[in-house]
Structure formats: C-alpha cells, structure tokens
Design a protein around this ligand. Structure first.
Ligand code: ATP
Ligand code: MG
Length: 428
C-alpha cells in the first residue's frame, strides 16, 4: 500500500514556502523591534510538564496529547518514561526559563518562538494535528504596560501584514486565583439545577474547574451558561484596577478592542488579562491568536515566584486569513541566472560559471539533464530567472557569451573569460 501522510498533517511545498518565509520573517522583525529574543525548545518533553503546565482539566491534556511511553534500556525494571510532543509553546518555555536560570539575567525576560505543535484533535479546516505557532512570553513583570506591550506586538504584526482592520481584539480579565474560587462557588450554585444536562466534560468541569463551562462549545452547555454570573463582574479591586490600566495603555497606543467576558482561561495560574484576536474571514475556527497572564505558572513548575504573560498565534490560520483576504504575498524570488549550454565543452564551462557565481552569492543554475536548447529555455522560464546565458560552439569559438535579460528580452554579448565578474557587476 502506498504510504500517505497521517490524517491532520500537511506538507508545505516549495510552491507555498514563500508565504511561510514572508510571515516568519515579518514576525521575527516585529519581535526584534519590540526587543524580544528567540528561544527554541525541544520537540518533546516529559508528559508531566504539560500535565502540570497546561493543566489536567484542559482539552489539550485530557484528550489531545501525542504521548509515548519509552523504556530506555529494554531490560531495565525502571518504570518507562512518558514523553509528549509539544502541544503548545508556553510550558516548555517556562521549563527552559527555570532550568536555565534565566531569572538571574536582567529582567524582564522577553522571548519569542516559532514552533510546530501537535494535538490529537478531529482535523478540519484550520484545525490540524500538526500545526505551527508563533508565540511570545515575558517573565518578571506584572506591570500592566507589559500586558499591553504583548498585545500591541501581535496587533503590530497584523498591521504590517495589512490585516489589522480585519481582525478584532477581544480582552477580558479572569481575576486572581482567590477571586475565582469564590466566583466558582457562585457559578456552581447557578449551574446546579441543570447539572444533568451538561455534557460529560462539563460535568467533570463542574467539580474541578466550572469556569471552563462558560466557553464550552457544546450548544446545550452554551445555553445553560447563558445569564450565568461573569468573572468580570466579580473581580477584586486590584484586578479591576489592572484591567482599567490595561485598557488605558491600549488607548495610549491607539489599539482598539472590545471587552468579551466569555474569554476564559480558567486555570489556577492564570491571572487577570486574557485576550483573543479573531478573524471573521476563516469560518468557524476564527481565533487566530490567544493569550494571557499566568502569574502562578512559573511557581507551579517549581520555579521562583515570577509573573508571566504571553500569546500563541496559529500560523496556518494566519495564512488562511491572508489568503481569504487576497493579501498579496511577495513574489517568489526566482533565479539571477540560468546558463544554457549546448555540447560537452559548453556544459563544462557552465559548471564552472555557475559554481563561481554561487560562491559570490548569486543564485544560479544550469541544465542537469542534457536537454535541447528549447527545453532548457522553457525550464529557465519556469524557474523565473532574471537572466539566461547561452554558450554553444560559436560562443566558445568567439570567447563570448550571450546574456539575455528575461524581463525585457534585450541581449548583449559578454566576454567569456570575464563573464562571472561582469555579470556580478550587472546585477549587483
Ligand atoms: P481552539 O479554541 O480553536 O481550539 P485553543 O484555545 O486550543 O484554540 P490555543 O491553545 O490558545 O488554542 O492556541 C493558540 C492558537 O493556535 C489558536 O488561536 C489557533 O490559531 C492555533 N491553533 C490551536 N489549535 C490548532 C490546531 N489544531 N490547528 C491549527 N491551529 C491551531
Ligand atoms: Mg483547542
């Protein structure tokens, strides 16, 4: 049987890699401008990191992890170790922050990442099992300016891509762990009578983490949760002040937002700021970016008490938004030169020329398949080359090369000996 890619995975082919380079370079540049530095963590971690760092009541940990049990020495009696492919970027970055004592550096620590993620979910448009995320994390600042900065970085990225007008920033505050405890009790009393009608996951959430019921995607749960008390109306004075400050900072930067009390990040280590950036241009999987503050997470993973905030941004969904809005991506760069050769001698010369030019950083190629001159021209055209150089017996005889500008079809005769130098000067 022919082997195919697993369900929920995609190949990114050369024909679309330009889009990826474009958004990746743009993201890196924005992060640089905001003084964030890149961090790369392994593709897999101990499963326990995600159990504790993402949360046992989340969909990710409950049903979406790609995990494997590995006995390192086949004969060993030691318990096999459990590893998981990273389903998200935050927990690994927090682990690395602690493990490498990054807290000992001048603070805050401002990091960004570009990473593949793996989640075992039901694949659909914009929801894959292997996908990619951009993300940032900032440690050691609980100043609300930092919250606004993180949000503004995402919004600036969208602005540079030309889609800021087509996305909506939604913000909320989920308060502190303490205020959520008393709020959870209020929520339970509200939901109690309808308990039996909740979906199975929400029945469990009712006891462990009722706040998550608020954003359950099940229609029934959604209806039951309508009219429930909201976290935003149950904030501590401090959290309320922080939320006002966040809005003030966003106003200072001229960033528009709506307050959406249904954005939920209901784990113990989430605090105050929660936000999403959504697009109406990609159907039901509309959240492109999601983030928030997690002041308890570093401690939860046994690091020093350290506030943190960050976001994750789905690259596949972002590219879908750009495509659906017909945003133009930069053209494929193509080639500087394709050398067309006829005959053995010319072929050898083309080998030398191409190699010399490549050493100078000039993108160039030659015929590999000993094709006819017509076929070589056709191929060069497909490669989107700016120039072609033709070498045949006549050219060798007269020690010259015909250089053709493919954009305007003009051509000139260059000296064979000095060709690489002269060509370099023409295009530089
Ligand atoms: P959703 O509610 O859509 O499942 P989520 O809350 O699980 O999203 P996060 O964990 O916050 O998503 O991840 C951040 C971003 O990563 C999302 O906003 C989305 O753009 C992207 N993302 C999440 N899961 C997937 C997936 N399975 N395939 C593609 N992109 C994804
Ligand atoms: Mg999800």
């Amino acid at each position: 049987m022919k082997i195919q890619k697993p369900k929920g995975t995609e190949d990114i082919l050369p024909s679309s890699i330009g889009k990826w380079y474009y958004v990746e370079n743009m993201f890196k540049k924005v992060c640089e401008d905001f003084a964030y530095r890149e961090i790369r963590t392994p593709m897999f971690e101990f499963t326990d990191l995600f159990n504790r760092g993402v949360g046992e009541t989340t969909d990710i940990v409950q049903k979406e992890m790609f995990s494997l049990e590995q006995r390192i020495n086949p004969g060993s009696k030691k318990k096999p170790e459990s590893f998981s492919l990273k389903p998200e970027g935050t927990a690994p970055v927090v682990r690395a922050y602690i493990e490498n004592s990054l807290y000992a550096n001048p603070q805050p620590t401002k990091l960004f990442y570009i990473t593949p993620c793996f989640r075992y979910e039901q694949p659909q448009e914009g929801r894959k099992r292997a996908f990619h995320q951009f993300g940032v994390e900032v440690f050691s600042s609980s100043n609300t300016y930092t919250d606004a900065e993180v949000i503004s970085l995402a919004m600036e990225f969208f602005r540079r891509l030309g889609i800021d007008k087509y996305v909506e920033l939604r913000i909320n505050s989920v308060g502190t762990s303490e205020s959520r405890k008393s709020y959870s009790d209020k929520l339970r009393s509200f939901l109690q009578d309808d308990f039996n009608q909740l979906c199975d996951t929400c029945k469990e959430r009712f006891y462990k983490n009722p706040i998550r019921i608020i954003d359950c995607k099940n229609e029934k749960c959604h209806t039951i949760a309508e009219g429930a008390p909201l976290m935003i109306d149950n904030l501590s004075e401090e959290s309320e002040k922080n939320f006002e400050e966040l809005k003030h900072n966003l106003d200072l930067m001229g960033i528009k937002y709506t307050v959406d009390p249904y954005i939920v990040r209901g784990l113990d280590y989430y605090t105050d700021t929660a936000f999403e950036i959504v697009s109406n241009d990609i159907g039901s999987q509309s959240t492109v970016c999601g983030g928030g503050r997690y002041n308890g997470l570093v401690e939860q993973l046994e690091g020093p008490v350290t506030p943190g905030i960050g976001f994750g941004l789905g690259i596949e969904r972002l590219i879908m938004v750009l495509e659906n809005l017909n945003i133009e991506f930069p053209q494929d760069k193509g080639l500087d030169l394709f050398v067309i050769s006829i005959g053995d001698k010319a072929d050898s010369i083309s080998t030398k020329i191409v190699h010399e030019l490549r050493k100078k950083g000039v993108s160039s190629d030659k015929d590999h398949l000993r094709r006819s001159i017509k076929a070589q021209f056709k191929y060069a055209d497909k490669l989107n080359t700016r120039y072609t150089a033709v070498i045949g017996d006549d050219e060798i005889e007269s020690k010259s090369i015909i250089l053709k500008n493919m954009n305007n079809s003009t051509q000139e005769k260059l000296n064979l000996e000095n060709f690489t130098e002269d060509f370099f000067n023409i295009i530089k």
